[in-house]
Design a protein around this ligand. Structure first.
Ligand code: CTP
Ligand code: CA
Length: 227
C-alpha cells in the first residue's frame, strides 16, 4: 500500500542495480565469496520500481525473491557481473552498485577438483585483481557527460565518513553511500551515510526498504537537478 502512494519520481528512467556477493571459482566445486546478503540492493531495485523506473537487477549468488516488475539477471563471478552490467549500461540512466564484488579471484580455475596429494602440503593459491565495475562505468563517456548517474556503496569497518569521502573521489562518482559493515550484512536494518559534493547526510537506522525509498528519492532529486 505504501508503494501505491510513492510519488513516481523515476518514470521513464532505467535504473541498473548490482547486488549480492560474487563467487570466484578455484575449481569446479570450490570458490571464494563473501557474506553479502543482497538485501540492500534488492530493496533499492524494488524502491526504484515503485518510483516508476524500469529496473534491471544484476545479482550475484543470493537467496532472495525477485521484486515484482523488474528484470533480474543472475551472475556468478565479478567478470560475469561486469559483462551483464556492460550489456545494459548503454540504456541505463542511473547505476547503483551495491554488490560486494570480490576484489580478487584465483589466478587459475582448475579444470578438475583439486585433490589432496598425500604429502600433507596445502595448495597455494595466487590471486589476480578483478575488474572494478563501478569505476569502469563511472569513467565511461555517458557517465562523464552526466547521462548516466553512478552511485557507489561502501561498507567500512572504521572511519566511515573519511573513508566514504575518499572512496567517492577515488571512484569518481557523484554519490557514495556508506554503511558500517560487516555488522549490517544479512540484517534487515541499516544506517546509511550519503556522501556527495555538498557533504554528508545521515539516513538514520531503519529497515533496508525504508532507507532504499529515501535513497531513491535523493537520487531522483539529484538527477532532476542535473539532468
Ligand atoms: N565495486 C565494483 N567492482 C569491484 C569492487 C567494488 O563495482 N571490483 C563497487 C562496489 O559495488 C561498491 C563500490 O565499488 O559500490 C565500493 O566497493 P568497496 O569494496 O567498498 O571499494 P574498493 O574500491 O573495492 O576498496 P576496498 O575494498 O579496498 O575498501
Ligand atoms: Ca572491495
Amino acid at each position: 500500500l505504501i508503494a501505491f502512494f510513492q510519488p513516481k519520481l523515476l518514470t521513464g528512467q532505467h535504473v541498473l542495480v548490482t547486488a549480492g556477493p560474487t563467487y570466484e571459482a578455484m575449481d569446479p566445486v570450490r570458490g571464494i565469496t563473501n557474506l553479502s546478503s543482497g538485501k540492500m540492493g534488492f530493496a533499492i531495485a524494488r524502491a526504484a520500481r515503485e518510483a516508476g523506473a524500469e529496473v534491471t537487477l544484476v545479482a550475484g549468488p543470493v537467496c532472495l525473491p525477485t521484486p515484482r516488475g523488474i528484470t533480474r539477471v543472475d551472475v556468478r563471478s565479478a567478470s560475469n557481473m561486469l559483462e551483464a552490467v556492460m550489456d545494459k549500461a548503454p540504456v541505463a540512466d542511473i547505476f547503483v552498485a551495491t554488490a560486494a564484488v570480490a576484489d580478487w579471484r584465483p589466478a587459475q580455475e582448475a579444470e578438475q577438483k583439486i585433490k589432496k596429494d598425500g604429502s600433507g602440503q596445502a595448495p597455494t593459491l595466487s590471486f589476480v585483481e578483478n575488474p572494478d565495475i563501478l569505476a569502469t562505468l563511472a569513467q565511461s563517456p555517458r557517465a562523464q557527460s552526466g547521462e548516466l548517474f553512478c552511485v557507489g556503496f561502501a561498507a567500512e569497518s572504521q572511519d566511515l565518513v573519511a573513508n566514504a569521502q575518499a572512496k567517492r573521489l577515488r571512484k569518481g562518482v557523484p554519490l557514495l553511500v556508506g554503511n558500517i559493515g560487516p555488522a549490517t550484512f544479512g540484517q534487515d536494518d541499516n544506517t546509511l551515510l550519503l556522501v556527495d559534493e555538498q557533504g554528508v547526510r545521515e539516513l538514520s537506522r531503519d529497515t533496508k526498504l525504508a532507507l532504499a525509498r529515501k535513497l531513491i528519492a535523493d537520487i531522483a532529486h539529484k538527477t532532476r537537478a542535473t539532468g
